[in-house]
Design a protein. Structure first.
Length: 313
């Protein structure tokens, strides 16, 4: 039986969904996880190996890598560089990079709405090479791998489903791999802009905010799909539930309400509210640089950082 996910616990993060399921029902077969710490960075690997676990967690079977680092919000350059390297290494391992044939990077989201603009911002900073390898110097060209990129927009801008646009591009250029980048929703406000998830299961755009669109995955596109995402919003209902439960736990622990009773107390407006940071513009700019750097490192491992900078200028 599939698990019901209400407004208060909306999240795209497998690590959060796994924790919620375990808190409610205990350990379940087919749901595995491991965790390690690296210089203040928490890395969690969740693997969904069984259909039953997938129905409970609400995530398709596959591997989910999550990097958490609260200090990311403070834009320490050395830390950002280290995190980009970890993400590049995980991408390399998960996607079998580099690849000789075309890779398509898809920046999902709405470039007109800042919290949803992560994908397009990342694409704008990528080292796109599919079209130029034969026209540049032999020294550099011989070390480039073919990468194409697209920001297809959203249904409200284009009048077309993103999945239809991407499927058409895939059928035309026949990439060996698709990498999607998208803004996600989190259950906990502390994860905003400090958590990065990579999955080999593809993505269903809009699922975290209750606006499910057709998925981008191996089944729909016919090629492997790696999804990279960062939580940029959290539901107002999640914040309200946390505040109310924290209040009762401190001042009246014997009367601490259940999740269901708190949820029933919330107004419909609050249930539909999505919240982000006040400095979302700066956060999106910084995290998009980090992800673009990681993707560039993973897809172009033979190119030095100096050469990348020269290319992107």
């Amino acid at each position: 039986m599939a698990m019901h996910w209400s407004n208060w616990d909306r999240t795209d993060l497998a690590v959060e969904r796994a924790a919620i399921v375990r808190e409610r029902t205990g350990e379940i077969p087919g749901l595995e996880s491991s965790q390690e710490q690296i210089n203040g960075i928490t890395i969690t690997r969740v693997q969904v190996t069984h259909a039953y676990a997938a129905s409970r967690v609400g995530k398709p079977p596959g591997r989910y890598f999550t990097l958490e680092c609260p200090e990311l919000k403070y834009r320490n350059r050395t830390l950002l560089k280290n995190v980009a390297q970890i993400i590049a290494e995980e991408l390399t391992a998960l996607a079998g990079l580099p690849r000789q044939n075309d890779i398509l990077v898809v920046g999902l989201g709405n470039w007109q709405a800042t919290p949803d603009a992560l994908g397009p911002r990342v694409v704008s900073q990528l080292m796109v090479t599919r079209h130029i390898r034969e026209y540049i110097s032999q020294d550099l060209g011989g070390r480039l791998y073919p990468v194409a990129a697209i920001s297809p927009g959203v249904l409200g801008i284009t009048g077309m489903e993103t999945a239809d646009i991407v499927r058409g591009i895939v059928q035309q250029i026949k990439p060996e791999l698709v990498i999607t980048v998208d803004a996600l929703a989190a259950r906990s406000p502390s994860r905003l802009f400090s958590t990065i998830q990579i999955a080999d299961t593809g993505i269903q755009p809009g699922s975290g905010v209750g606006n499910n669109r057709p998925g981008l995955n191996t089944e729909s596109l016919g090629v492997p799909v790696i999804a990279i995402g960062v939580p940029t919003v959290v539901s107002g209902a999640s914040i309200a539930v946390d505040v109310l439960q924290d209040y009762f736990s401190r001042f009246n622990p014997h009367a601490r309400p259940t999740i269901d009773s708190v949820h029933d107390f919330l107004s419909q407006d609050l249930l539909e509210l999505m919240v982000t940071h006040k400095d979302v513009d700066m956060q999106i700019m910084e995290i998009s640089k980090l992800l673009a750097s990681a993707i560039n490192k993973a897809t172009q491992p033979a190119i030095t950082e100096e050469e990348m900078l020269d290319y992107l200028q």
